[in-house]
Design a binder for this molecule. Structure first.
Ligand code: GLC
Length: 574
């Protein structure tokens, strides 16, 4: 590989230079035929990851769990779920990754545990020292302590018969919220963090961080908010001090990368964490840009709308409000000292279906890859994006697994807001987290080569055409495009550290930007639309440009004033 271009002026950090690959273990690769992905299955694919060229694996939770939320409900922070394997398997995965120079980042769920965690069982019995590990409130069994709604639908409180009190859960009822005001809880969680770091991991993706602190007294929320109470359970008064304590007492002693998931968070709020040194947060998953995706259906049904914009999620609606998308991305680039660059993950639909289109599946997939790998920040590739996986179609409630989607549909049915699944099919197919959780498509073998058994969630029907096997050898495949883009980012420091400047902000089809380092300038020109685009005269000299990457034949030597094919993506060295 060509050595990185030297530039001493950059504030170099390994996690800034890293390309992260996110693995959802349940859906990645099944080694033992039980239909569920596992750690040995990941080990089998480490050569694939090495070949792809990624630097870090973010592994979604593999801890012991009753799997009410596919592992985000942790029963024991220090052991591995049987369905995923053993501690030995985990150590083997860590070692095999490290041998290839790939770092390992674990998912850290700070906000809640499983209701089957030993702490909750003790808390429910009010054992010495454990009574306040969670948020408990007295009250009549038919009257929750306040009007907060869970992010997964329905009330955020469940009544516990054993203790004769209510407990708070911002997610599933099997995910009680930890009470971080209790010092012993903070000590326990610091010990968990240290335990994993001592086992040689390289960092954490920190789950649901914005919800760790709640407004004192847990007051009622504004009933017109959705979910009700969110203003009291996002960015509570002690969040910064909890994170600063965790950093001062544990994290700061390690060279570990951190990325905090912050839902319900503005760019300004995210900047408060990213741009401050003392809380140990290197970057934040902030979601404003995802809200500009092509499918805008929402769970709002109270106003008599059916939640659908008339398009099926798997359809070819394509097209996003590009000027708005550019505005939001550019604001994040400006406000955040360092950004997490992502379009997808295990909680949102597939990026081709959301930000591209099925009718130009390959080209829109590589355009999205070009965006991810040429922005300023640390790029995150979610499994399957590198082969252009798309949404599937869910035709009944039974076809769904995701507790968030199921919970919301059931709440709408129970409250009589809708009478049938058909009425919510539009929003379900636009939003369900299950789109991202269908099995990784390895080959055209049954079930996409993911399992020798019956998969826990069926593979997308398009797997015979869309899979790693067919793309491996094709020079024009999405996979080949991702490999070239990854290689490009690793060769050009300017793509990691260079300044970002937006060109032609109001153009409806073209997203163009320059990345400027001390020695090099790179221009990226993307036709983010399903029609040919005329590139306006760009405000930079392009007559001597060198084409570094293109996802379509006949890319212009000089992009200014040229025409780009639908979803054509180009990268130039100026
Ligand atoms: C985060 C995870 C999501 C999970 C939730 C509760 O948002 O990404 O998958 O359901 O937290 O842990």
């Amino acid at each position: 590989m060509t050595p990185r271009t030297a530039d001493a002026a950059f504030d170099r950090q390994w996690w800034k230079e890293a390309i992260v690959y996110q693995i959802y273990p349940r859906s990645f690769n099944d080694s033992d035929g039980d239909g569920i992905g596992d750690l040995r299955g990941i080990v089998e694919k480490v050569d694939y990851l090495d070949d792809l060229g990624v630097d870090v694996v973010w592994l979604c939770p593999v801890y012991d769990s009753p799997m009410a939320d596919n592992g985000y409900d942790i029963r024991d922070f220090r052991s591995i779920a049987d369905t995923y394997g053993s501690v030995d398997d985990w150590e083997r995965l860590r070692d095999v990754l490290h041998e290839r120079g790939i770092r390992l980042v674990m998912d850290l769920v700070l906000n809640h545990t499983s209701d089957e965690h030993e702490w909750f069982r003790r808390s429910r019995r009010e054992e010495d020292g454990y009574a306040d590990y969670y948020h408990w409130r007295e009250g009549e069994p038919d009257e929750p302590p306040n009007n907060w709604e869970s992010i997964f639908g329905g009330p955020a409180w469940s009544y516990d018969e054993a203790r004769g009190e209510w407990y708070l859960h911002l997610f599933d009822e099997k995910q009680p919220d930890l009470n971080w005001r209790t010092p012993a809880v903070r000590e326990e969680m610091k010990a968990v963090v240290e335990w994993w770091l001592e086992r040689g991991i390289d960092g954490f993706r920190m789950d649901a961080v914005s919800h760790m602190s709640k407004t004192d007294g847990l007051p009622d929320g504004d009933p017109s908010n959705s979910p009700v109470g969110a203003e009291h359970y996002s960015h509570g008064p002690r969040l910064e001090s909890y994170l600063a304590e965790l950093n001062a007492d544990v994290l700061s002693a390690y060279d570990a990368m951190t990325v905090a998931e912050m839902g319900m968070t503005t760019v300004d709020q995210a900047a408060d964490y990213v741009n401050a040194a003392d809380n140990g947060i290197h970057m934040v998953f902030q979601f404003d840009h995802l809200d500009v995706g092509g499918h805008t259906e929402d769970w709002e049904f109270d106003d008599g709308t059916d939640g659908s914009d008339g398009d099926d999620a798997g359809s070819d609606a394509g097209g996003i409000d590009l000027p708005e998308f550019k505005r939001v991305v550019t604001e994040k680039q400006r406000e955040l000292d360092w950004d997490a660059i992502f379009l997808g993950n295990h909680d949102v639909p597939r990026i081709v279906s959301q930000f591209g289109t099925n009718s130009y599946r390959e080209r829109s997939a590589t355009l999205l890859g070009t965006f991810l790998l040429t922005m300023r920040g640390t790029p995150y590739i979610y499994q399957g994006e590198e082969i252009g996986m798309t949404n599937t179609e869910f035709e009944s409630l039974d076809a769904l697994d995701d507790p968030k989607t199921v919970g919301r549909v059931e709440a709408l049915l129970e409250d009589g807001v809708v009478d049938s699944f058909e009425e919510v099919a539009g929003v379900v197919n636009a939003r369900s987290r299950d789109h991202a959780r269908t099995p990784m498509q390895w080959s055209d073998d049954p079930h996409a080569g993911f399992t020798g058994g019956e998969p826990w969630l069926p593979a997308n029907e398009n797997y015979p055409a869309v899979n790693v096997g067919v793309q491996r050898s094709g020079e024009e495949s999405v996979l080949a495009g991702y490999r070239r883009l990854i290689d490009l980012r690793q060769r050009f420091d300017v793509l990691v550290y260079g300044d970002y400047e937006l060109l032609a902000p109001d153009h409806e089809q073209v997203y163009a930007y320059v990345r400027t380092g001390n020695a090099e300038t790179v221009l990226v020109v993307l036709n983010w639309s399903a029609s040919p685009a005329h590139v306006p005269d760009l405000d930079v000299a392009t007559d001597d440009a060198d084409l570094l990457f293109a996802n379509a034949a006949d890319a212009p030597a000089d992009p200014s004033g040229a025409t780009l094919q639908p979803y054509g993506a180009t990268v130039y060295l100026l």
